[in-house]
Design a protein around this ligand. Structure first.
Ligand code: SAH
Length: 250
């Protein structure tokens, strides 16, 4: 969510080359100043995402298509395509665009995959996942107001294959398990065992692991076909914490 340790090179005031070949999303959108935001999105993809090494075409297309400005509070719209996280209320944030793209790429999604997201927040990450063709998205948010508003937003933007639930995501979503991929967008002290259990053989999970208010390790957890689990630390990141309804129950 917040900034990664990698420093970001976004020279302000750089001129932008509009790309008329960028296909708009097939989802009908009320973009407001459509062309302006589309240009900002293109610049965001080129300067903050591709430049840092994200190459997956499906991911880049999704980042080009999803109207991020409609996932942030109105007062933040002008900053929606900047290289940083933004507040979305309730002490939460929408992740920096690069982190959304990187985590999505790390999932290695393929047509037909079922993905579980923990931490719906604004619904932006879920929309990016849903924009990749043939992906079914399940997303869980603990803050009732955010769960409700993200659900409404996703519905109104036409993301019908995103399934939303308000609950403590520590427990995953057993009814729809197993998942081919799991993405956790809040920081956990350890990888929650229920999530490992709900990962399908051959599946991948991306999760920030570490101190709640410090720097965490973006961690890739892979389960092989025999159910053996391997974890790798990839890079330092800073996310809002995964909170529990009752901390003592852990
Ligand atoms: N993916 C979001 C950003 C999420 S910020 C987006 O694209 O906008 C992290 C979110 O995780 C917050 O909304 C926070 O309320 C939620 N969260 C924290 N602990 C949680 C838990 N135990 N279960 C589900 N969601 C949780």
């Amino acid at each position: 969510v917040l900034l990664t340790a990698c420093t970001v090179v976004t020279p302000s005031g750089l001129s932008v080359t509009p790309s008329p070949t960028t296909a708009p999303t097939s989802i009908p959108l009320d973009e407001g100043d459509g062309a302006g935001f589309a240009r900002q999105r293109e610049r965001m993809v080129i300067e903050t995402i591709e430049r840092r090494g994200v190459t997956d075409k499906d991911v880049l297309n999704a980042m080009r298509a999803v109207p991020r400005h409609l996932f942030v509070p109105e007062a933040e719209r002008d900053r929606a395509y900047g290289d940083y996280p933004l507040p979305i209320g309730y002490g939460q944030t929408i992740s920096q665009p690069y982190i959304v793209a990187l985590m999505t790429e790390l999932l290695g999604l393929k047509e037909g995959d079922k993905v579980l997201e923990i931490g719906t927040g604004s619904g932006y990450q879920a929309a990016v996942l849903a924009h990749i063709s043939g992906i079914e998205v399940y997303t869980v948010e603990i803050v009732p107001e955010l769960a409700e508003s993200a659900h409404e937003r996703l519905k109104s933007l036409g993301y019908t294959h995103v399934h939303c639930k308000q609950a403590d995501g520590y427990y995953g979503w057993p009814a729809y398990a197993p998942f081919d991929a799991i993405i956790v967008t809040c920081a956990a002290g350890q990888v929650p065992p229920p999530l490992v259990k709900q990962l399908a053989p051959g599946g991948r999970m991306v999760i920030p692991v570490g101190e709640p208010f410090g720097v965490q390790s973006l961690t890739l957890v892979e389960k092989d076909e025999d159910g053996k689990v391997r974890s790798r630390s990839l890079m330092p990141v800073r996310f809002v914490p995964l909170v529990r309804k009752d901390e003592s129950s852990e």
